[in-house]
Design a protein around this ligand. Sequence first.
Ligand code: ACM
Length: 477
Amino acid sequence: KLNVFHWHLVDDQGWRIEIKKYPRLALVGGKTDYTTFNLVQPMAPVSLPQGGYYTQEDIREVVRYAMDRFITVVPEIEMPGHSAAAVSAYPEVGNRLQIAESGGDTSFMLTYNPTFSSSGTIGWDSNYNVDDSTIHFLQDVLTEVMALFPSKFIHIGGDEVDKRPWHANPKAQARMKELGLKDENELQSWFVRQMDQFLAAHGRRLVGWDEILEGGLAPGATVMSWRGMAGGVTAARAGHDVVMAPTQFTYLDYYQWVAPRLEPLAIGGFLPLERIYDFDPVPAELTAQEATHILGGQAQLWSEFIPHPRQMEYMAWPRLCALAEAVWSPKESRNYADFLSRLKPDLEKMKILDVRFRPLTPMPAPIAHWKPGDAVAQFTEHEWDVTAAITAPGQYDAAFLQTGGRGHTEVEWIELRENGEVVQRITRSASTDWGQRSNDYMFGLQTYHPGSRYTLRASMRDVGGVDAAGDIYLVSQ
Ligand code: ACM
């Protein structure tokens, strides 16, 4: 049922497709002397030369293989941001040289920033400049890409563009003025329009992440809505086509289990099988006419935290089975229990095929909750009876999972207590909204005394509101 493979071939960390006219893109931009996969200090770079890219012949083979199975491959060439790999290969298409030539300060770009998905904090030369020669450079790249991929849609990225390099670059500022654009958002929109017109002139259609809405959407653009569904709703109402790919329902790089410490290291987030099965790519607020613009839904599997294909399989399956059903079945006709029973034979097939899917483990019931008003602006202590979850000595993982509220609840420390006596206290600040991969605490119980009363005590506060609520799980390893 999954009939499109969106192939993200370019990012800050690597350029992965051979371009004949610009060989350095793959040869230089495809190599790094570090990896960001780091179990000890997630996202901090570790010295480890690595690299690799797909030759054009490799690409043709993948496209043919997919086509034989009625799958369209949509390539993504990121621009104008997430472009550090390309700029490292051809510095003249970036901003640093131009800023330096004008005597400007480039120190904000000099250090590698481990929070490599930028959001305004990236510290390297991550954007293309806006010279005509750079636009032509990218259009030449797209010409080779179009020759390799018969897909009607070509993805140009467009997400998370750090506006600071353009802001600091006098040439970009001059260009903005000359074009009569009022800010860097409009400059981004202008950039995307150059690609939209170019692709349209070649009979193709541009698709980009929802940030391409900022500063005005290019006339022919299709929007891939990842920061929730709102961008997709706006675009559909304006008559643009949309692919729904919201983080909260479709990001397969998110954890799939309540206790992150019992899972392979991931970026954060929480997307259990139940939730992706609930995904509905067509928001109820759209009229029937507007809804015709929703082309479909898509799941994303970013690989910064996936060092090996086996782990890729673990993150993909069986959640992709749930996606396949969700995007082709009206919500009213879906039944999770029925899906699970039909999934069993598929998992048996995956075993035979040696696919390392994540085993089905039913979500445990929460052992306790916090409700709006429990966590206030100052740290306060709370205690919950968890006797029912403690049945033997061993290792336990206590996970705090926020389920609602504008802000987020922060945990300062937790204690396991037996009949009021502290067994173990763990002091570590944790955000319960799953952004920090730290919302669970592993502790050991050396001696178990049947009949004892076990409690979990925590110091918590709410940051950004006093309306956060959540569930607490206690899982034995
Ligand atoms: C994205 O996840 N930055 C599209």
